[in-house]
Design a binder for this molecule. Structure first.
Ligand SMILES: Nc1nc2c(ncn2[C@@H]2O[C@H](COP(=O)(O)OP(=O)(O)OP(=O)(O)O)[C@@H](O)[C@H]2O)c(=O)[nH]1
Ligand SMILES: [Mg+2]
Length: 205
């Protein structure tokens, strides 16, 4: 069984949990507790191979510390960097994150990092409140040679599923020679996930 580790990064409230849970359950669930980091596990079959997939979402507050982000970058096989198209500051955070991933990955391994970083502009349904133009996302992705998607976790299940399966495919093609680090936290049980989903109410967008 191959192991695969994907980190879903981005500033607070951009929809990281929404995207992950949409992929895992097909459902859009609007509210999540965000006080702790989360690890989600799923087994799936890709190109005829069994893969044990781990999706990691750091606590967004802790994400500010560069050393923590460094750990996540060394741990993961692939990165989904999310911003909210209606929040320019989240785009700037995404830019800094992509920058750091490229720097660290290029510094530690000579493998092709382009296919394992996806830049994702979420909340496309809020286009009437848009602060980041589609072309800006495209340009940033072009600059860093990563893949760019714009979508809505709330409205587009197919696109969300496509992104995750593409990432799993791309990351599984990459070299597995990278030394494994300990994962940042333990796996999240379904009970904890459900707790997270229903445990805390937050203002809807
Ligand atoms: N309109 C709209 N709202 C969304 C979308 N995706 C997420 N949201 C909302 O944005 C808010 C934050 O979503 P989360 O999934 O908790 O975001 P997060 O990035 O996990 O946030 P933290 O864990 O707090 O860092 C919630 O109120 C979601 O309902 C989307 O595609 N469209
Ligand atoms: Mg979250």
């Amino acid at each position: 069984m191959n192991e695969m580790k994907i980190a879903v990064l981005g500033s607070e409230g951009v929809g990281k949990s929404a995207l992950i849970v949409r992929f895992l359950t097909r459902r859009f669930i609007g509210e999540y507790a965000s006080s702790s980091e989360c690890m989600y596990s799923k087994r799936l079959s890709v190109d005829g191979r069994q893969i044990s997939l781990e999706l990691y979402e750091p606590c967004s507050q802790a994400c500010d510390g560069k050393s923590t982000l460094n750990d996540q970058i060394h741990w993961a096989d692939g990165f989904i960097v999310v911003y909210d198209i209606s929040d320019r500051s989240s785009f700037l955070t995404a830019k800094a994150t992509v920058h750091l991933i490229r720097d660290l990955q290029l510094g530690t391994a000579k493998r092709d990092v382009e296919s394992i970083i996806f830049l994702v502009g979420n909340k496309q349904d809020l286009c009437h409140m848009r602060e980041v133009r589609h072309e800006e996302g495209q340009r940033l992705a072009g600059e860093f040679h990563c893949q760019f998607y714009e979508l809505s976790a709330a409205e587009h299940y197919q696109e969300v599923a496509l992104i995750f399966s593409k990432m799993v495919h791309n990351a599984s093609m990459g070299s597995k020679a990278k030394e494994r680090r300990r994962r940042p936290s333990g796996s999240k049980s379904m009970a904890k996930l459900i707790n997270n989903v229903f445990g805390k109410r937050r203002k809807s967008v």
